[in-house]
Design a binder for this molecule. Structure first.
Ligand code: SF4
Length: 96
């Protein structure tokens, strides 16, 4: 994979706002991994193993809400996938 991620175990209990402390990408040395399209597959592989992927995706969707620009892989999804997920959820809420 070419990254030097350190596996961080999720404790049984932790403060929800501290989710980022358990991120699989916390100590990844390759700063381009999550932002370079050619490395997207490897970034997503890391996200797939990440114990806080749901919290990460939730944070990304919340932070990007209303913004046209999204960058990088977050929560296992690239910017287009996150935008599409946001639209699907919006349409589902409208349908009730
Ligand atoms: S899910 Fe989020 S926190 Fe986890 S590795 Fe991916 S980008 Fe990092």
């Amino acid at each position: 994979m070419g990254s030097s991620a350190i596996t961080v175990s999720l404790p049984e209990t932790y403060e929800p706002e501290d989710w980022h402390l358990y991120a699989r990408c916390l100590n990844v040395g390759d700063t381009e991994l999550f932002f370079k399209p050619s490395k997207e597959r490897n970034a997503k592989r890391l996200c797939k193993e990440c114990p806080v992927v749901e919290a990460c995706l939730t944070a990304a969707l919340r932070e990007e809400d209303g913004y046209a620009y999204r960058y990088g892989v977050r929560g296992g999804l690239n910017p287009i996938e996150r935008r599409n997920l946001e639209r699907r959820r919006f349409l589902e809420r409208r349908r009730g």
